[in-house]
Design a protein around this ligand. Structure first.
Ligand SMILES: Cc1cc2nc3c(=O)[nH]c(=O)nc-3n(C[C@H](O)[C@H](O)[C@H](O)COP(=O)(O)O)c2cc1C
Length: 213
């Protein structure tokens, strides 16, 4: 089987699991790979304005289910990752990103002045709502990559936005940490799930993809 066939097989195999098998466990190494793939996600201007929270405490998972429209996946999937966006981007992200980059590249931060100005301009050019939308959009890249990694590993997942954000933020104390929930990813193995055999609904290739010559 070619690599592209196996990638597409994995992406056709994956679906947003509704019912997880609560008895099956994801190997630590695979969870690590999924999280690492999220960490490696690219972001606009390299700002990485997100945090991935792995919720291990069963009592907190139960709280999250209450504010998550009672979605059973929140408690029954073996792992639950909450993807949160930074809310302190305006104050901190420019200096942080420049300092981080300077350290990795082994240069003085002053050498990166044009880069600093690009980030500062991208931040200053957006009002609070636009900035929040921009930051949150970045976090979906990490979500998408983690979903693809799971599928390639043969591990099921379900992305979720079906929750009350204020309730999730309160349950996890996110506001105090300058974070706001964007999405969640339940990770585990499908159980007796009627959705598993439903044909995938997708627009036709030619409707989605247009080659502009
Ligand atoms: C950002 C995002 C949020 C979603 N939120 C939920 C959710 O809260 N609960 C749920 O059961 N499915 C959720 N889904 C799953 C979608 O309904 C599903 O991915 C879509 O219908 C395509 O089906 P498939 O993923 O099974 O192929 C979400 C998907 C995405 C990408």
């Amino acid at each position: 089987m070619s690599t592209s066939t196996s990638i597409l097989d994995a992406l056709n195999w994956r679906y947003a699991v509704k019912v997880f098998d609560a008895t099956r466990h994801v190997p630590d190494e695979d969870l690590q790979t999924i999280l690492e793939s999220g960490r490696l996600a690219p972001s606009s201007l390299g700002t990485e304005p997100w945090k991935l929270l792995v919720i291990e405490n069963p009592a907190i998972r139960a709280e999250l289910r209450k504010v998550g429209y009672d979605q059973t996946k929140i408690t029954d999937a073996d792992k639950l990752v909450v993807i949160a966006a930074r809310t302190d981007v305006r104050e901190r992200i420019t200096d942080e990103t420049v300092a981080r980059t300077a350290k990795v590249h082994g240069v003085d931060a002053s050498m990166l002045e044009p880069y600093r100005q690009m980030i500062a301009g991208a931040v200053a050019g957006r009002d609070d709502q636009q900035l929040d939308a921009w930051v949150r959009a970045q976090s979906y890249i990490a979500l998408g990559i983690m979903m693809e990694t799971s599928a390639l590993l043969g591990i099921d997942a379900c992305p979720m936005e079906g929750f009350d954000p204020a309730g999730v933020n309160a349950a996890l104390g996110l506001t105090e940490k300058n974070l706001g929930v964007v999405s969640m990813l339940a990770i585990g193995y499908r159980g007796e799930d009627p959705s598993a055999t439903r044909p995938k609904v997708r627009r036709e290739f030619d409707e989605v993809v247009e080659f502009v010559k």
